[in-house]
Ligand binder design. Structure first.
Ligand code: KIV
Ligand code: ZN
Length: 522
């Protein structure tokens, strides 16, 4: 990297669809992955890591189709350090206008012990696999997994080998979120200074958030000379997640005075994609999450509100509009027409054909009859409910619940299973228990309920309830969500939504995801 503009630019590499999706319970459907990839491309993400093609037919198809549809973004696939994985990855990404192969191997003592390779054997493997990838594709990224716990001399040696074998990007992963900002900057700085050929390639930083320092570590790595940040929307990812895209993008934008690096990302698209990822992954965004949390721009205390009214800059370092939150949001109601609904949907990032709008309008009117004011969050929940009904194997049709004092609660449920209507009645310890038992009567399963959570979408007793349900079945985890003004109905739909995700994950309906181990390098 020689010219100044390149030096000032930081590439944004989004791995929501690979490292994010890998998070237990965050499974996304094929259509959802395509939609997220489209939004990432549109918002100016430089590189999209679209998946791990060898993991399953489904992953392969998703990466291939994302590659075929890509516009400006480089499309990258992940591959372990063996020729089979790399070939399969290339098969999927080669359809992109700008493909990239990303291959990796765990280089720390703990990770070397798993395939039982000596330092020399692993070095040889790195040379072979990076050369193999480079013979297929001229854009190759290599990662020494667990780099931050790899011995310095060995890290330096393998980075040099990968560069000599043709890697064009070297990613330095902090796989277990172990590093701290000073060390993160220093590591990159020293690699650039000491590894021959380091000035010819791009260094990337890939941080996990186990100690809550992923964003700080990524920005420190940039100060040390990294020019690619790997991140996910909402910080989605295994355990405590990855560096959050919205945090690094906004930090660079707001503090350009002390961090003089820019990205190509259109920050006004952040809110829409954040909501989309939260919905499809089933991982709600915590209320006080930086940039995209519900409270990130809310000012509750009297002093803050007073200051805000006089001058917004007293308590706001960025404007809501900068991240795509409308400054004044139009609230819809039962008198709102199709044009108002269309405008609102467009504001929220939904582009619908006329027939789709007709269907949403009918459901919007039903909701507006039950609820005086329909807020943005209600519309988003409504859209999500429609997507479920269109694609799911199990669909709740009707629910009647009798509950109160004096007798056990009773639920009468009708559900379609692959299009065929089935009914069941069950009693239980409260309305939700009775309802879940009725679901199990219709669709017997051994899934264990790990989480049941209810949030009010907006204020008031007529507010919709968003219910999240997390299920575990034979090691597979799926999170389902739904919203309705009727909390028990929302619970039934969330439970069924999680079951639908388990069905996809377990391959009951033809998906064949095989669990591949990162340890299997050969
Ligand atoms: O965290 C990590 O080390 C990874 C690698 C596969 C790059 O995600
Ligand atoms: Zn990772």
């Amino acid at each position: 990297m020689t010219d100044t503009t390149e030096q000032d630019r930081v590439l944004i590499f989004d791995t929501t669809l690979r490292d994010g999706e890998q998070s237990p319970g965050a499974t996304m459907s094929h259509a959802e992955k395509l939609e997220i990839a489209g939004l990432l491309d549109e918002m100016g993400v430089d590189i999209i890591e679209a998946g791990f093609p060898v993991a399953s037919e489904g992953d392969f198809r998703a990466v291939k189709e994302i590659a075929e549809r890509s516009q400006d973004s480089v499309i990258c696939g992940l591959a372990r350090a063996n020729p089979g994985d790399i070939d399969r990855c290339w098969e999927a990404v080669r359809h992109a206008a700008r493909p990239r192969i990303h291959t990796f191997i765990g280089t720390s003592p703990l990770h070397r012990a798993i395939p039982n390779l000596t330092q020399d054997e692993m070095a040889e493997r790195i040379h072979e696999t990076v050369s193999h990838a480079r013979n297929l594709c001229d854009n190759v990224q290599w990662s020494p997994m667990d780099a931050t716990r790899t011995e310095w001399d060995y890290l330096k040696r393998v980075v040099e080998i990968a560069i000599k074998a043709g890697a064009t990007t070297i990613n330095i992963p902090d796989t277990v979120g172990y590093t701290a900002p000073v060390e993160s900057a220093d590591l990159i700085r020293r690699l650039i200074a000491e590894v021959p050929g380091a000035d010819e390639i791009v260094f990337a930083t890939h941080c996990h958030n186990d100690l809550g320092m992923a964003t700080a570590n990524a920005l420190a790595a940039v100060a040390g000379g990294a020019r690619q940040i790997e991140c996910t929307i909402n910080g989605l990812g295994e355990r405590a997640g990855n560096t959050a895209l919205e945090e690094v993008v906004m930090a660079l934008k707001v503090r350009g005075d002390i961090m003089p690096w820019t990205t190509r990302v259109d920050s006004t698209k952040i809110m829409n994609i954040s909501r989309k990822v939260a919905t499809v992954s089933g991982f709600p965004v915590q209320y006080n999450k930086a940039i995209v949390g519900k409270n990130a721009f809310a000012h509750e205390s009297g002093i803050h509100q007073d200051g805000m009214l006089k001058n917004a800059e007293t308590f706001e370092i960025m404007r809501p509009e900068d991240v795509g939150l409308a400054a004044t949001s139009l609230v819809l109601g039962k008198h709102s027409g199709r044009a108002a609904l269309r405008a609102k949907l467009e504001e929220l990032g939904y582009k619908l054909a006329e027939n789709q709008l007709g269907d949403v309008f009918v459901r919007f009117k039903e909701l507006a009859d039950r609820k005086k004011e329909v807020y943005d969050e209600d519309i988003i929940a409504l859209m999500r409910a429609g997507e479920d009904a269109a694609n799911d194997h199990l669909v709740v049709q009707s629910l009647r619940v009798v509950c109160g004092t004096g007798a056990p609660a009773e639920a009468e449920l009708a559900m379609t299973v692959g299009g065929e209507t089935r009914q069941a009645t069950a009693t239980g310890d409260g309305p939700v228990d009775a309802t879940f038992k009725a679901v199990r009567e219709i669709w017997p399963n051994d899934a264990r309920l790990e989480l049941y959570q209810v949030h009010a979408v907006t204020e008031g007793t007529d507010a919709q309830a968003t219910v999240s349900v997390r299920l575990e079945e034979e090691g597979n985890i799926a999170t389902g969500q739904s919203a309705d003004t009727d909390t028990v109905l929302a619970s039934a739909k969330a439970y069924v939504n999680a079951l639908n995700r388990l069905i996809v994950r377990r391959g009951r309906l033809g998906e064949d995801r095989k669990e591949v181990s990162y340890k299997d390098v050969s």
